[in-house]
Write a protein that binds this ligand. Structure first.
Ligand code: CA
Ligand code: CA
Length: 329
């Protein structure tokens, strides 16, 4: 009996040691690092997934539809590019020169309150995104940006929610060449940025946690590391007057790749664990936008700062979270 147990134990130990010696690197990597992304290469066509099909203001604006496509990776997985869009309602615009007159003086009278928690407090917020955002509060969808690509609008939202309040923003630097992170005839690399100010004192800033889930254009996706969040800072893109450029786009846009990471279904929920995400990087407003939607209404954003991930150019879908235990004022 004792001998049998002894042999059994020795065999079990030997099997364990063999397993450790067999694939230790892979096992350890899976346990300690965020999942590697999925690579796709090349551009796909898309269809309008935005609220607006054409501008009606008669003003001279650079209108581009918000189009959505799907790219397929070599492993057969399919990815919405640049991002999936929530079917819910668009936020009221503070500034819109495409389907509105520009400044919308009576915008506050149009805002409806989204009830997240009936026994909560009412909070009004102003949000500007380059190019698109969706706002979630305590896991509930509040509103999306009604101008998903260009021109640039500015918006207002209102909700009723109970503390602690988890703010969650999905921000997207939209693109016109779907799947490769490039825009317009010149195949420019677009830049992102989102800013928000809420009446409970909550503002976007470095205290927010962020992570990117769609990185493009990339020549060699191996430049993205995943030991400290999804980090594309080693990847090449150049800030240039008249349009930022990436080497693959300059050579041949068809060769540009993208790196995709699956967005967790519960990413906006209060209980979602964002421990692997990094602190937001703040950018001067001048790095993000000079458009009237923001500039003419900058006062609405008070001390809030534009946030994004570490790479304003190549990180195109950015999720941002911040939980406020009690009102700041
Ligand atoms: Ca917008
Ligand atoms: Ca971009």
């Amino acid at each position: 009996m004792r001998t049998t147990i002894g042999i059994g134990l020795v065999l079990a130990l030997m099997v364990a040691l063999l397993e450790l010696g067999g694939v230790p690197g892979e096992v350890a990597a899976v346990a300690s690092q965020p999942q590697r992304g999925t690579v796709t290469t090349g551009e796909v066509s898309g269809t309008n997934c935005g609220v607006v099909a054409a501008c009606t203001s008669g003003l001279k604006v650079n209108f581009n539809q918000q189009t959505c496509g799907t790219v397929t990776a070599a492993d057969g997985s399919r990815w919405a590019v640049p991002a999936a869009v929530h079917a819910g309602p668009a936020a009221v615009d503070v500034y819109n020169d495409c389907t509105g007159p520009g400044d919308i003086p009576d915008y506050m009278s149009q805002v409806k309150t989204v009830v997240v928690d009936p026994d909560g407090v009412e909070v009004t917020g102003h949000v500007f995104a380059d190019n698109y955002y969706e706002l979630y509060v305590n896991g509930t969808f509040i509103a999306k940006d009604g101008m998903g690509m260009t021109p640039f609008n500015s918006t207002v939202v209102r909700f009723r929610a109970k503390y602690p309040i988890t703010y969650a923003i999905k921000a997207v630097d939209w693109e016109t060449h779907l799947g490769i992170g490039l825009e317009y005839d010149r195949y420019n690399v677009g830049d992102g940025g989102v800013i928000a100010h809420f009446s409970d004192g909550t503002i976007t800033g470095p205290q927010w946690k962020v992570e990117t889930f769609y990185i493009a254009p990339l020549g060699d996706p191996g430049c993205v590391t995943t030991t400290s969040g999804h980090d594309s800072t080693a990847c090449q893109a150049e800030k240039r007057q008249g349009g930022n450029k990436a080497p693959c786009g300059l050579a041949d846009p068809k060769t540009c790749s993208a790196l995709h990471f699956a967005i967790p279904g519960n990413w906006a929920a209060p209980g979602f664990n964002d421990a692997s995400w990094v602190r937001a990087t703040v950018y001067p407003a001048s790095d993000v936008t000079a458009t009237p939607g923001y500039v003419r209404h900058a006062k609405l954003f008070g001390p809030a700062e534009f946030i994004w991930t570490r790479n304003l150019l190549l990180d195109n879908v950015v999720l941002a979270r911040h939980t406020v235990p009690a009102p700041a004022r």
